[in-house]
Design a protein around this ligand. Sequence first.
Ligand code: ZN
Length: 270
Amino acid sequence: MAPNGLGGIIPMGQDRPMAVSLYAYTCGYITLPSAFLLTKTRGWLTVPVPAYLIVHPKGKVLFDSGMHMITQTDPVSYLGEDGAKANQIAFKPGEEIAARLQAMAIDPASVTHLVNSHLHYDHAGGNAQIPNADVLIQADEWSHALAQPDNDVAYHRTDFDTGQRVRRLTGEHDIFGDGTVTCIPTPGHTPGHQSLRVKAERGEFVLCGDACYLRQSLENLHLPGIVHDRDKALRSLQWFQQMQTANHRLMFGHDPQFWTTIPQGPNRLG
Ligand SMILES: [Zn+2]
């Protein structure tokens, strides 16, 4: 094992500073009605639950944390009977974000920043596994999540009210001040949704989160069936199109076909 704790993935002893690297993980799957993701479509889709790690010389950033551990054994208690029927979770021990990090010799306690795209259960459910990070969330998302009723299927206070320091953002935020890892508001799916732009050694990426579920969401401007603000959601998709034109690789939020082409940690994505 190399002393950088990354299993020797990052070459050591180079003259230039360590570059920014990006890793992707799958933290379970959800089967849900296709119309949730693509309005006016039929059938069901089984979609991955992604999370990402960015290793920067000044810290480690996690983008989203997957689902709560309890959903591995008792999703009905968490989502309710109707919620568990419409969100059929396949999530095994060892697939949670802490295990994904530990599998590449990274201590979850060493993650310095936890960026939540938004606070839905499949994006913030693993927050408790990342105990020492500052949580970076748009202020509009934090207040929206806190305003939801206790029996809401999508928002669970036990997911995100987990004691870490919460930094409520209002707009773009350049985490390290060097333009490599930047939170960018992409509202519409929820009031305070944000995406993450990453300038990694192997390319420039936009981690879309739920602001763009699938490649066809982008190509056809096909909105989801469930959306908080359609106009804002459309503007966010148009921004992703601009970023794609500017040679950024878009990481769609829940695209099963696309996801099969993405290298998984410990292999590097970027
Ligand atoms: Zn969502």
